[in-house]
Ligand binder design. Structure first.
Ligand SMILES: Nc1ncnc2c1ncn2[C@@H]1O[C@H](COP(=O)(O)OP(=O)(O)OP(=O)(O)O)[C@@H](O)[C@H]1O
Ligand SMILES: [Mg+2]
Length: 511
C-alpha cells in the first residue's frame, strides 16, 4: 500500500517532533507520574498558549483546568491550524490531540454566530462515547468565546439535537450516521462549515465509515479547512487526503506506529484451560482496569463469569442501549466499578483517568488496534501496563502484531497463581464467592438542561468527571437512525480486518 508520508503529490509538509518530552508535562493537572515535576521553563506556562495565537478567554479557561503548557502535538499543530492550513496530526495515544484540534478550531470560528441549522465547524468521530467526551472537553473552554456546541449521535434524543440545531450551534461533534440523518431530514446543513475535523481519521477511512464520511465532507464548502488526527495516521487516510485536503501539512510526533514509552508490555502465554482463571486474577487487581474482548457476546459472558467468582465488572459494547452505555462508562470514570470489559467500541479515543492496566483477553485484530486499545492506559505521561493473553495457536500472529506495533514485550508462560502475575499486574486470587452481575444504578432524576452540554451543572468539567446522565434514557424511542446506524452506516462489513466487529447480531458501535 502506498504510504501517505512517502508520496510526492499532493504536496505534504511533514515535520517530525519529539514525542512527549518531559518538560511538556510539567503543567499536567494531575501531576502525572512520569512527568517532570516542578515549574515550567520560562518560555512555557499559559503565556505559551498565548504565543501560539490562542485568545485570552481560552487561555484563561485552560488555566482554570490546570492546563498551563501545551503538549508537543498542540505546540506543533495549533499555529498551522490558526493559519488556515489543512493539517494531518499524528500524536501517540493520550498525547492531547483533542485540544490540538479543538483549541484552534474554536479560535477560528469565534466571533461568528451560526445561523439556525448551519454549524460552522464539525468534528466527526467514530463512536458516541468519544463524541460526548470531545464535547465535554471543549464545551467548557468555548463558553468564554460564546461558542455553542452540540453532540449529535445516535441513541440519544434526536428531538434535543434538532432543537439545538434550530437555535444554532457553532460546533457540532458528531458520529457520521446521526449527522447524515439530520441532514436528510433538513435539520442540518453543512453549507456554512468552515472547519471539518476528522478524529481517529484512519479508522474513519475504514470500509464501514468511508462512504458516509466522504459524503459528509462533500457537503462542506470546497474551500473549507480540513483537519485529520489520529495516533496511527497511516496510508489508510490517503483516500481522504487526495480528495479533500489541499496542501496539507503533516505534524508527526513519532514514527508511524510507535508505542508510548511510559507503557510496559507483557505477552502472557496461557492454555485454554487456564485462560479464565488468569483473567479473573488480573481483573481482581486493585487498580482501574480495562479488558478488551472481541465480541459483544464475549463481553457479556466474561462479565457473568467474573461475577461468579466474585469480581465486579461492567460490560460495554455497541449492542447495549445508549443510556446503559453512557452510565456504565460514567460509573467506571467515577470509580464505582474498577473493571470495564468492552469491545473495540472503547478502543479509540476514550480517556478515563488512572487506568493503570489494559488486558487483551482476545488478541486485537491488528497492530493498530493493539496500540489504540493499549493506549487507554499510560495517557498524558502516566505510566501503564498492557497485557495480552495468548493461546498456543495465537503466538505467531501476536508476535507479528507486537513487532508491527513497535513494541518490546516481555514474555511469560503464565499459570494461575504465578507470582509474576502479581508482580506485573497486581493479580490476586478472587474470593470465589459469587456476586450479582453488576448493572448501573437507575438513572438519576433529570437535572435542568444547559445549552450544548450533557449535564446540568455549571462547574467546569474535566474528561473524567462527566456525571451519569439520563439522556436517551427510559422511555426513549429507539429512533430509526440508531437502528440503521447500528447495522450499516458505522459498521464495518463482516469479515474485514479491524474495526467495529460486532458479535451477537453482527452489530457495530451505533453512530
Ligand atoms: N496541554 C496539556 N496539559 C495538561 N494536560 C493535557 C494537555 N493537553 C491534553 N491534556 C490531557 O491529556 C489527556 C489526553 O488527551 P486526549 O484525550 O486529547 O489524547 P489523544 O491524543 O486524543 O489520545 P487518543 O489517541 O487516545 O485519542 C486528557 O486528560 C487531557 O485533558
Ligand atoms: Mg483522541
Amino acid at each position: 500500500m502506498p504510504c501517505l508520508f512517502d508520496r510526492k503529490a499532493p504536496p505534504i509538509v511533514t515535520t517530525m517532533h519529539s514525542a512527549m518530552p518531559a518538560d511538556a508535562l510539567a503543567g499536567h493537572p494531575d501531576g502525572a507520574p512520569g512527568a517532570s515535576a516542578g515549574t515550567a521553563a520560562p518560555d512555557q506556562g499559559p503565556a505559551e498558549f498565548t504565543l501560539l495565537g490562542l485568545p485570552r478567554p481560552l487561555v484563561t479557561a485552560l488555566a482554570r483546568q490546570g492546563i498551563n503548557s501545551p503538549f508537543p502535538i498542540q505546540r506543533a499543530t495549533i499555529p498551522d491550524i490558526l493559519a488556515g492550513r489543512h493539517v494531518l496530526g499524528r500524536g501517540q495515544t493520550g498525547s492531547g490531540k483533542t485540544l490540538a484540534f479543538g483549541l484552534p478550531t474554536m479560535t477560528r470560528i469565534a466571533g461568528t454566530k451560526a445561523a439556525p441549522r448551519r454549524p460552522l465547524a464539525v468534528v466527526l468521530v467514530p463512536t458516541r462515547e468519544l463524541a460526548m467526551q470531545v464535547t465535554d472537553a471543549l464545551e467548557p473552554l468555548g463558553r468564554g468565546l460564546s461558542l455553542r456546541m452540540k453532540t449529535v449521535v445516535g441513541g440519544m434524543s434526536m428531538g434535543r439535537q434538532i432543537e439545538a440545531l434550530r437555535r444554532g450551534v457553532e460546533i457540532v461533534v458528531a458520529t457520521p450516521g446521526r449527522l447524515t440523518d439530520l441532514i436528510q431530514q433538513g435539520e442540518c446543513s453543512l453549507a456554512d462549515v468552515r472547519i471539518t475535523v476528522i478524529d481517529e481519521a484512519d479508522h474513519m477511512c475504514d470500509l464501514g465509515f468511508f462512504p458516509v464520511v466522504s459524503a459528509l465532507l462533500q457537503q462542506t464548502p470546497a474551500d473549507g479547512q480540513r483537519l485529520l488526527f489520529s495516533a496511527t495516521l497511516d496510508g489508510d487516510v490517503d483516500k481522504l487526503v487526495r480528495r479533500f485536503l489541499r496542501e496539507p501539512v503533516t505534524h508527526s510526533l513519532a514514527p508511524a506506529t510507535s508505542p508510548v514509552d511510559t507503557m510496559e508490555h507483557h505477552v502472557l502465554q496461557v492454555t485454554r484451560d487456564d485462560k479464565f482463571q488468569i483473567t479473573a486474577e488480573i481483573a481482581n487487581r486493585a487498580g482501574r482496569t480495562i479488558i478488551f474482548v472481541r465480541t459483544q457476546h464475549g463481553v457479556d459472558r466474561l462479565v457473568k463469569q467474573l461475577a461468579r467468582v466474585g469480581v465486579k465488572a461492567g460490560g460495554l459494547h455497541g449492542g447495549k442501549r445508549q443510556n446503559q452505555r453512557t452510565r456504565i462508562l460514567a460509573e467506571f470514570r467515577e470509580g464505582n466499578i474498577g473493571v470495564l470489559v468492552c469491545t473495540d467500541v472503547a478502543a479509540r479515543g476514550i480517556h478515563v483517568d488512572d487506568v493503570s492496566l489494559v488486558l487483551h483477553v482476545d488478541p486485537p485484530a491488528d497492530h493498530k488496534s493493539y496500540l489504540h486499545r493499549g493506549g487507554r492506559t499510560a495517557r498524558a505521561g502516566e505510566r501503564g501496563t498492557v497485557l495480552t493473553l495468548v493461546l498456543p495457536n495465537e503466538r505467531r500472529s501476536t508476535e507479528t502484531l507486537t513487532r508491527r506495533a513497535g513494541v518490546q514485550a516481555n514474555r511469560l508462560k503464565a499459570t494461575p497463581g504465578h507470582p509474576r502475575l502479581a508482580e506485573v499486574a497486581g493479580a490476586q486470587l478472587p474470593s470465589g464467592v459469587e456476586i450479582p452481575v453488576w448493572e448501573p444504578a437507575a438513572p438519576a432524576a433529570k437535572r435542568p438542561r444547559r445549552e450544548g452540554g450533557h449535564g446540568g451543572e455549571r462547574r467546569p468539567r474535566r474528561f473524567h468527571d462527566r456525571a451519569a446522565r439520563g439522556e436517551g434514557g427510559r422511555g426513549e424511542r429507539r429512533d430509526p437512525a440508531q437502528h440503521r446506524e447500528g447495522r450499516s452506516a458505522t459498521e464495518r462489513p463482516a469479515g474485514r480486518g479491524s474495526g467495529p466487529r460486532g458479535g451477537r447480531g453482527g452489530r457495530g458501535y451505533g453512530g
